[in-house]
Write a protein that binds this ligand. Structure first.
Ligand SMILES: [Fe+2]
Length: 196
């Protein structure tokens, strides 16, 4: 498989990721209790629609269609965000969970665009690099704005009472708890071998 084929696969992944975010960001915006955070999610939704259009331009440059690959990674990251939206936390603690989820989506995209840009640069695809760079810069700026908006939210969440009982309650939480123990058990022997 040539580098251009790898790049096209990765770009299709990004295209799917951005389209998934067009559907997920309104839910985060609706769920956010903090006004600044709400506005940031709404603004980034508009940017994300523009990023989808920019990716279409990238595919026009390459003479390929943008569909063909579903991004499982973003689906998982969005699923984590959906879990944060289901939490029955108070105002600031609830928003703190959304901040974590939103930053995960941004950094997933930053990683994706960084990889695609390196490949496009290697292939000398200047027009593609320029378009991808514009998307990357928006993701980086969004992550920075979310991090800044999070500061007062985290301060407020610090003052909220701790949940006494953190045992899993719903079926989903119980399943997640069981899987996390499995993760630990499977890695345990290898972790033990690590010299300290
Ligand atoms: Fe994006």
């Amino acid at each position: 498989m040539a580098l251009q084929d790898v790049l096209i696969d990765e770009l299709r992944d990004m295209y799917s990721a951005e389209n998934q975010l067009v559907k997920a960001l309104p839910k985060l915006a609706k769920g956010a209790k903090d006004a600044t955070l709400k506005t940031l999610f709404k603004d980034h939704l508009e940017e994300t629609k523009g990023q989808v259009l920019r990716l279409r331009e990238v595919f026009e440059h390459l003479g390929k269609k943008p569909t063909g690959q579903h991004c499982n990674g973003m689906e998982g990251v969005i699923e984590e965000g959906a879990e944060a939206l289901e939490k029955d936390e108070e105002g600031a603690s609830f928003d703190a969970g959304l901040v974590g989820a939103a930053l995960r989506t941004e950094h997933y995209e930053i990683a994706g665009y960084t990889a695609c840009i390196s490949m496009a640069e290697t292939l000398g695809l200047d027009g593609v690099v320029e378009l991808l760079q514009a998307n990357l810069e928006e993701e980086e700026a969004a992550a920075e704005k979310i991090t800044a908006a999070a500061e007062p939210i985290l301060e407020a969440a610090k003052e909220e009472p701790e949940d006494e009982d953190d045992s899993p309650k719903t079926g989903k939480e119980k399943y997640s708890d069981k899987k996390s123990k499995e993760d630990e058990r499977k890695a345990a022997a290898d972790v033990k071998k690590k010299k300290r």
